[in-house]
Design a protein around this ligand. Structure first.
Ligand SMILES: [Zn+2]
Ligand SMILES: [Zn+2]
Length: 135
């Protein structure tokens, strides 16, 4: 429900391909760092996030699905989001911006209520660098 989105409500195909900073207003993004591009890579079944600090993260569909932070997937625990392996492999059908701070992902199993905050995406970056939390 953000009136500050620049496009995506009106640009055809925006949901289904790549989100860029054109899809939200970087000036209003509170998370630091924030993604400059979020792209689906259907061939490798991954989502690639390019961050404004130059970092590039690639998330397997099943990995991200398993980290769905919504209450339905995470149950009642109010703590950290736990990885819940999906019962069967999923595809990411679409990515949509949520306000200026997150994206939601529409999965092939019909689930689409998870809100992946940029900070959270960065936290669960599976690359070697990020796996070691030294910052
Ligand atoms: Zn969920
Ligand atoms: Zn990383």
């Amino acid at each position: 429900m953000s009136g500050s989105l620049i496009c995506c409500q009106s640009v055809a195909g925006c949901y289904h391909g790549t989100l860029t900073t054109g899809c939200y207003n970087p000036a209003l993004v509170s998370a630091e760092p924030y993604p400059t591009e979020i792209r689906r890579l259907p061939e490798s079944r991954r989502i690639r996030v390019t961050w404004d600090d130059g970092h590039i993260a690639e998330y397997d569909y099943d990995y991200l699905r398993g980290y769905c932070p919504c209450a339905a997937c995470q149950g009642h625990g109010a703590g950290e989001v736990q990885f819940q392996p999906p019962p069967s492999p999923v595809e990411a059908l679409a990515i949509q911006p949520v306000g200026n701070y997150a994206v939601s992902i529409h999965w092939s199993d019909g689930h689409a209520s998870g809100i992946y905050r940029f900070e959270f995406l960065r936290q669960i970056c599976p690359c070697e660098k990020c796996g070691v939390k030294t910052e």
